[in-house]
Design a protein around this ligand. Structure first.
Ligand code: COI
Length: 354
């Protein structure tokens, strides 16, 4: 097992009150760092005070975007234990993103051990009330100082921690989503399945246009025909039609979301029909016209479950469930957040104590 050196911060910060948390703006006292060179492999695993770092202006990540990240969470339980949600599944997905971006594989055991040590050191930053958590952001960047396109030979891995509240300012209230009919996010054979900076950069322009029109996010369609539903970018998407929940099947251009996986498993466990298949936007609008579309909701680590109250496709608006939180969205939100915070028994083995 790799030794993890620890350099303690001179001063410890304090966790703000819940109303000041927001999302992704506050960071804890320490971070984990590990380096890679093609000669040494991954080396120098260390926990150091959180702070700025130096890279060359020629660092390849700044020019060619060879970068990956993860998003995972830790929680404080009612009896004051700190737990992580599906950490090994997240780290395996991190390695899948690494593979897609030609970044060297990491040893999941080493990163998992480091993560536990980091959270343990900064555990006073883990908020407690329902809906709050410690957001964990591992990321890898390529740092060779080189202005030319190639797979890098030097990388740095970081893990930073951020106490958070709800991802959307509206909290758990239904969001309005524009179905994007002009821009595209990802194409089969591309990077869509990876958690990589490029996918988020590709989403910004469409997101800005949608925001001006009063929408929170866009729902992406497939990039070839702009017909089949993919994902929202910050979350996967589910439709409840005739009491069945349906989410687009994974096809290489959709993120293999951890909350998506959890929703499918939980719904099946409840005896619901939960299906992964290709679903077109026309089918959703038809189901709405026939009164069969009962709910739409997004799922994601940051957003957890986010009910969708309105969709707008090519100027045609549909209001879902009278713009109110649906029964299944509410039930899934309550169950998954309770499971994550140790308020219900973890029959799936997803929660791990730090
Ligand atoms: C997550 O859900 O963890 C993500 O990485 C999405 C990001 C927009 C915060």
């Amino acid at each position: 097992m790799t030794d993890i050196a620890v350099t303690l911060a001179d001063k410890r910060g304090t966790l703000p009150t819940d109303d000041k948390l927001g999302f992704g703006k506050i960071f804890t006292d320490h971070m984990f760092v590990m380096d890679y060179t093609s000669d040494k492999g991954w080396y120098d695993a260390r926990i150091i005070p959180y702070g700025d770092f130096n890279i060359s202006p020629a660092a390849m990540v700044l020019h060619y975007g060879q970068a990956i990240f993860e998003g995972m969470k830790a929680f404080r339980t009612e009896d004051n234990r700190v737990v992580m949600y599906r950490p090994v599944d997240h780290l395996n997905r991190f390695n899948n993103s690494a593979d897609i971006l030609s970044i060297p594989q990491m040893n999941v055991d080493v990163v998992h051990t480091a993560l536990k040590k980091l959270i343990d050191l900064d555990k006073h930053w883990v908020p407690k009330s329902l809906g709050t958590s410690l957001y964990i952001r591992p990321f890898v960047i390529s740092i060779d100082p080189y202005v030319g396109v190639k797979v890098a030979s030097q990388y740095t891995l970081f893990i930073i921690l951020s106490p958070v509240g709800a991802y959307y300012a509206s909290g758990f209230k239904p969001v309005k989503i524009k179905v994007e009919d002009h821009y595209v996010r990802a194409v089969k054979g591309g990077l869509g399945e990876a958690k990589t900076a490029a996918n988020y950069a590709a989403s910004l322009k469409a997101g800005e246009v949608a925001k001006k029109d009063g929408y929170t996010q866009v729902l992406w369609l497939d990039a070839i025909e702009q017909k089949y539903i993919e994902e929202v970018g910050t979350m996967n998407i589910f439709f409840k039609i005739d009491d069945e929940i349906i989410t687009p099947e994974l096809n290489g251009s959709i993120l293999n979301g951890m909350t998506r996986r959890s929703v499918l498993a939980v719904a099946k466990d409840w005896g619901m029909k939960a299906t992964e298949r290709r679903i077109s936007i026309e089918e959703v609008y038809e189901a709405h016209a026939n009164g069969r579309l009962q709910e739409v909701f997004g799922s994601g680590t940051a957003a957890v479950i986010s009910p969708v109250g309105e969709l707008c496709w090519k100027g045609k608006k549909i209001i879902i469930n009278n713009g109110e939180i649906g029964e299944t969205s509410q039930k899934l939100f309550d169950y998954i957040t309770s499971l994550q915070q140790g308020r219900v028994a973890d029959k799936f083995g997803w929660v791990e104590e730090v």
